[in-house]
Design a protein around this ligand. Structure first.
Ligand code: NAD
Ligand code: ZN
Length: 414
């Protein structure tokens, strides 16, 4: 089968690899029709992780089941499914508590937790930027979709990662109706955090970034853009809140945060949020930070290379703020968010800028990694077919649209 394989820093090649197959009675085999490139893939693409050469990338996957293992009873061949990027067993101490983001069974390293497809340090699993994907414990991990799945793949594929991840940032930050929320990062995750905050009833949402094309999308969904090349988010937010600061903040950038000139400084977003969020406010950090950064700058005393980020902890403590961090437990949210999509209340496909065939993955990585103008979110189709034309309601970007669910959608199995 064809797959997008990591071959070293800034080199992704589409090549033939052995077919994925059912290896365990609980596995399902999925023919991938839509697989996204994620900002997390870029950390690996740039050689800024321990990701091994020769491995297939891709953890945002959707497709149709083509084979099921003997122990699979719920998922059937022919089902359309979207796969949470987390791979979880469903029966370990962590999964029992809904912490599928830190499953103990699927992570082979004894001192680690959490697994994912095609991801550094998250187990040996291959990614889904390929024609076929092996999904362990298919009954637990696959979220089945309704009959509208083939036409609405661009919406539903966002359930694999960025929509639940953005939502998780707002959950950890404690966004409530009427809140004023600051999001750092207008990449796909930041846009999904802003979208989620609006869905949760936030009164005012700001999105800070220095990429004008991405900030325009933030404005299209009703957020207020802060271009960090021109304005300091803390000043903007305090000015608008009688000096109090935002009720909550979401970090959607991660350890490769940089200034508008491109100089990396992992403290920028966290310390910006500690400054901007009010006393006792919450901060949700979904941007990735790593215990070791192979490409970290030695110039700053090697701190970055050691995964150390000097935080304004005194100010955080003094303000009584709380922080939530880590990979998102996608399964906690994906079913409810699926039904918001099915019911016409959410349309996360608004951020898709490019639909390409898997064969074009190499160039796609290059453009997305350069943050080239207009390259917001790249979707790859291993079956080569574009879904753009058939996506329902293109062009409408409002949150909580008024379209009514169909009877079929209402009868959707829980
Ligand atoms: P992305 O790289 O496309 O977007 C990041 C955005 O941050 C860019 O638009 C960039 O211009 C902006 N940025 C950089 N420095 C900034 C700064 N100092 N201030 C404000 N904005 C700044 O990535 P993405 O797909 O949106 O993902 C964002 C982060 O979330 C990545 O670290 C990714 O690995 C992580 N992520 C985490 C999870 C999780 O489960 N926790 C899931 C998916 C992605
Ligand atoms: Zn992702």
């Amino acid at each position: 089968m064809k797959a997008a394989v990591y071959e070293g820093p800034r080199t992704v090649t589409v090549k033939d690899v052995p077919d994925a197959k059912v290896e365990h009675p609980g596995d399902i085999l999925v023919k991938i029709t839509t697989a996204n490139i994620c900002g997390s893939d870029l950390h690996m693409y740039e050689g800024r992780t321990s990701f091994e050469t020769g491995r297939t990338l891709g953890h945002e996957n959707l497709g149709q089941v083509v084979e099921v293992g003997k122990a699979v009873s719920k998922v059937k061949v022919g089902d359309w499914v979207v796969l949470p990027f987390n791979i979880a067993c469903g029966f370990c101490k962590q999964c029992e508590q809904g912490l599928t983001n830190y499953c103990l069974t699927m992570q082979p390293q004894p001192d680690m937790a959490g697994a994912a497809y095609g991801f550094a340090e998250m187990g040996p699993y291959q990614g889904g930027q390929a024609e076929l994907l092996r999904v362990p414990y298919g009954d637990f991990n696959a979220l089945r979709l309704g009959e509208d799945a083939p036409e609405r793949q661009l919406d539903y594929v966002m359930l694999a990662d960025i929509f639940p991840t953005g939502y998780h940032a707002t959950e950890m930050a404690g966004v409530k109706p009427g809140d004023q929320t600051l999001v750092y990062g207008a990449g796909p995750v930041g846009l999904m955090a802003a979208y989620s905050a609006i869905l949760r009833g936030a009164g005012r949402v700001w999105v800070a970034d220095h990429q004008p094309d991405r900030l325009r999308l933030a404005e299209e969904i009703g957020a207020i853009a802060i271009n960090t090349a021109e304005q300091d988010p803390a000043e903007v937010v305090k000015e608008a809140t009688l000096g109090l600061g935002a009720d909550n903040g979401c970090e959607c950038v991660g350890y490769q945060a940089h200034d508008p000139q491109g100089n990396e400084d992992a403290t920028l977003t966290m310390n910006g949020l500690i400054d901007s969020v009010r006393f006792t406010g919450g901060i949700g950090v979904v941007g990735v930070f790593l215990p070791e950064d192979p490409g970290g700058d030695e110039a700053q005393g090697g701190l970055e290379a050691q995964g150390k980020v000097p935080l304004d902890f005194g100010l955080l403590w003094f303000k009584g703020q709380h922080i939530g961090t880590g990979q998102a437990p996608v399964k906690r949210y994906n079913r409810a968010l699926r039904d918001l999509i099915a019911g016409g209340k959410a349309e996360p496909s608004f951020l898709v800028s490019h639909e390409l065939s898997l064969d074009e993955a190499s160039a796609a990585y290059e453009h997305f990694d350069n943050r080239d103008d207009g390259w917001t979110k790249v979707v790859l189709h291993p079956d080569g077919r574009s879904r753009r034309a058939s996506t329902a309601k293109r062009g409408s970007r409002s949150v909580g649209g008024s379209s009514h669910p169909t009877v079929q959608e209402l009868r959707r199995e829980a």
